[in-house]
Design a binder for this molecule. Structure first.
Ligand SMILES: O=C(O)CCC(=O)C(=O)O
Ligand SMILES: [Fe+2]
Length: 343
């Protein structure tokens, strides 16, 4: 099991953590009512969102580093992921979430077991209320769970997901090299990047069903990703918001063909807090929205130590610890994890 999944393994899947049969629910149940009592509003949904960067732009590397510092998120075009493949992922995921609930339940994630399969977002146990969401997580081979969903017809789904994952891996590693170089880390000397061993890679298919009362519901509650980097494909329906100091919640408007790249906790720690681990959430919507998140984290035994320099600060803001140790702290303290390891 990957380090990311491990952090949540003991907290998952109380019986109430099984997705609703959304097709048969016409009003918002009390279990799913979220009242925004935080002072994080007024929402800045009308502010300009994170930058759109073309990877083919000669200035792309500088723009990416700038976005890592200011936003921790950017949208990317010129990324080389074929449109046809992105569309195929969308249609395979639609096929999956369109299955009758009894069928999806056959691939339900099991408590304490593999984190692959169907269920609510892994962060659910940290909240009292339930999110308006159903998800399907793929770690390692997709075959065993896909066979449960489509005993005679699983190959197309598996081939698409495996192909997509391998394309995203190459792109993610290209972006990681750019960011590591800016931290004065030579990617050639990073063993896990060269050997691809022990990485924690997860592909999460998210579905936010059409919601009868979207302003009182929550798609995914605010969180930062326990990754180095996350690559997200949004569908045409908007819903993702990122929190920006001074502006509040800002919408990341989907751009046709673009993917959204966001930094997770590990780049924040490595950069001594200079790169932002972006806090984000998904609001519920009147029409169904799908998204696909590809999480990439180094192996569990990789030591994450803040880089010190004139640019990144000469005093470490965070303790040095392994990926696995941080994942354990996140699994316990969730949003407070970074302050727990602060010096
Ligand atoms: O649906 C989205 O746009 C974001 C999903 C997300 O934040 C996640 O899966 O961690
Ligand atoms: Fe996320």
């Amino acid at each position: 099991m990957g380090a990311l999944a491990e952090s949540y393994k003991d907290t998952l899947l109380e019986p109430q953590h099984i997705p609703l049969d959304y097709g048969s629910v016409h009003t918002l149940p009390d279990s799913h009512v979220w009242l925004d009592e935080s002072n994080e509003s007024p929402s800045g949904v009308h502010s300009t969102g994170p930058p759109l960067i073309d990877l083919a732009d000669p200035d792309a590397e500088r723009l990416i580093i700038q976005a890592c510092e200011t936003w921790g998120v950017f949208q990317l075009i010129g990324h080389g992921i074929p449109t046809k493949l992105m569309e195929a992922v969308q249609s395979e995921a639609e096929k999956l979430f369109d299955l009758p609930v009894d069928q999806k339940m056959k691939a339900l994630r099991s408590p304490g077991g593999s984190q692959s399969g169907y269920g609510l977002p892994p962060i659910s146990p940290f909240f009292e209320k339930l999110m308006w969401h159903e998800g399907y997580h793929i770690m390692g081979s997709p075959i065993d769970h896909a066979k449960l969903l489509w005993p005679n017809d699983y190959q197309g789904f598996c081939d698409t997901m495996v192909h997509y994952r391998s394309q995203l891996k190459a792109l993610t590693e290209q972006l990681i090299c750019i960011i590591l170089k800016s931290l004065n880390i030579n990617p050639e000397e990073v063993a896990w990047l060269k050997e691809s061993q022990g990485l924690s890679i997860g592909l999460q298919l998210n579905c936010y069903p059409a919601c009868p009362d979207p302003t009182r519901a929550m798609g995914i509650a605010p969180h930062t990703d326990t990754s180095l980097i996350t690559i997200l494909q949004q569908s045409k329906v908007s819903g993702l918001q990122v929190f920006k100091d001074g502006a509040g919640w800002v919408l990341v408007q989907p751009v046709l063909g673009a993917i959204t790249v966001n930094l997770g906790d590990f780049f924040h720690i490595l950069s001594n807090g200079v790169f932002t681990t972006v806090r984000h959430r998904v609001v519920a919507t009147q029409v169904r929205r799908l998204s696909f998140a590809y999480f990439y984290a180094p192996p569990g035994d990789f030591i994450v130590s803040p880089v010190l320099s004139k640019d990144f600060g000469e005093v470490p803001r965070y303790q040095t610890l392994s990926v696995k140790e941080f994942v354990g702290i996140k699994g316990k303290h969730f949003e407070k994890a970074l302050s727990v390891i602060q010096n």
